[in-house]
Design a protein around this ligand. Structure first.
Ligand SMILES: [Cu+2]
Length: 314
C-alpha cells in the first residue's frame, strides 16, 4: 500500500494505523506518491475498495487539475481564484450546503477558526472581508464543487506578518462554552470507521430545542487534524424537515477520521439569528470512557475554553 511522502514524517507513532485508515477525502491520481517507509504490517482494510490511495482533503494546493491561487488584495480583504485544468479561473460552481464556495481558515496552531462565504466576480476571483484575524501562519481551505466536477477541498498557507504568540492546543474536553451557550460532545471518533458524535446545546442550564437551520442543517462540523491540518467536513445525520431530525438540543454527526491523534472540532450552529462556533479538542482512537489521552506530543496546557478573540462566522 502506498502512502504520501509528505505525511511520512507526521507522527511516526501513528504510522502503523495510518496505512489502514484512509477513509476520508478524494481519489488522487496526479499527486506525487512514493512507497511508504513503514512496514505495512497492518492488513489492507480499506473499506472503499482498496485500489486507490485516499487521503484527507485540504492537504494539497492543487488536485485533479484544480489549483487554489491567492490573489493580491487590500489588507482587509482576502481574495483567491481556482485555476481549472485549462489554467483559466473557474467561474462556474455547484451549490453545496447552500453555497458555491466555503472558505475555512485556521492558524497552524488551530486557533482563529473562521468559516466564511466569499463572493464570486465574473472573472473568477473570490473576495471576502478578510477572515485572517491576526498575525500568524494560516491555512486557508477552499471547499467547493466545480460545475461538471467532483467536490474538492484545496488548501494553501497564508502568512499574516506581525508578532505571533503561538497558542497551545487546548486540552481534550467534553464541554465548552461560546456566546453564553454550553455545548457538550459525546462519542469518540475511531480511525477507519464511521463513528457517531453527538453535540448537545444548552443555555442557562436549559436544552436549546429551537436551533435554526444553517446552510441546510442544524449544525456544521469541521475537524482539523493536529500536525498537518488535514481537513474533514463532517455531515450531520439528518436534515431539517426530514420528519425525524429535531432542532436540538442534540445534533448528531457521522465522522470518519483518517488516523488516531488529536483533532480540533469546530461546530457551527445557528440560534437567535446568529451563527455560533463551539470548539473542542478530541482524541481519535482514545478509549471512549474518557481515559487519559494517549497521542504523541507534550500534554497541552491551559483550559478547555478556548476564547479565541475574533473567531466567528458570517
Ligand atoms: Cu460554508
Amino acid at each position: 500500500m502506498r502512502t504520501v511522502t509528505k505525511l511520512a514524517g507526521f507522527a511516526v507513532g501513528l504510522a502503523a494505523v495510518f496505512s489502514a485508515t484512509y477513509g476520508v477525502g478524494r481519489v488522487v491520481d496526479s499527486a506525487p506518491v512514493a512507497e511508504s517507509r513503514h512496514d505495512d504490517a497492518s492488513p489492507a482494510t480499506d473499506e472503499h475498495g482498496g485500489t486507490a490511495d485516499r487521503f484527507p482533503g485540504g492537504l494539497l494546493v492543487s488536485e485533479r487539475g484544480y489549483t487554489l491561487e491567492p490573489v493580491d488584495a487590500p489588507a482587509d480583504e482576502f481574495a483567491f481564484r481556482i485555476a481549472g485544468p485549462d489554467g483559466r479561473p473557474v467561474t462556474r460552481y455547484e451549490v453545496a450546503h447552500d453555497k458555491t464556495m466555503h472558505l475555512i481558515v485556521a492558524r497552524r496552531d488551530l486557533s482563529g477558526f473562521r468559516h466564511v462565504h466569499p463572493d464570486l466576480a465574473p472573472d473568477g476571483t473570490w473576495r471576502v472581508d478578510t477572515p485572517l484575524t491576526g498575525p500568524g501562519q494560516w491555512r486557508a481551505f477552499a471547499d467547493f464543487t466545480p460545475t461538471g466536477g467532483e467536490p474538492l477541498t484545496l488548501g494553501v498557507d497564508v502568512t499574516v506578518p506581525g508578532e505571533l504568540t503561538e497558542r497551545p492546543l487546548p486540552a481534550p474536553a467534553t464541554s465548552t462554552t461560546v456566546d453564553g451557550y454550553t455545548v457538550t460532545v459525546t462519542g469518540t471518533p475511531q480511525p477507519g470507521r464511521t463513528s457517531s458524535l453527538t453535540l448537545t446545546v444548552s443555555r442557562d442550564g436549559q436544552p436549546v430545542t429551537d436551533l435554526e437551520p444553517y446552510l441546510g442543517a442544524y449544525g456544521h462540523l469541521v475537524a482539523l487534524r493536529r500536525g498537518d491540518l488535514a481537513y474533514l467536513h463532517v455531515h450531520p445525520d439528518g436534515t431539517p424537515g426530514d420528519g425525524r431530525t429535531r432542532p436540538g438540543p442534540a445534533v448528531t454527526f457521522l465522522a470518519e477520521v483518517p488516523s488516531a491523534g488529536s483533532y480540533r472540532l469546530y461546530l457551527d450552529f445557528q440560534h437567535g439569528g446568529r451563527v455560533h462556533t463551539a470548539e473542542f479538542t478530541v482524541v481519535a482512537g482514545a478509549t471512549p470512557t474518557g481515559a487519559a489521552p494517549t497521542p504523541s506530543g507534550p500534554a497541552p496546557t491551559g483550559g478547555a475554553d478556548h476564547g479565541t478573540p475574533g473567531h466567528g462566522h458570517n
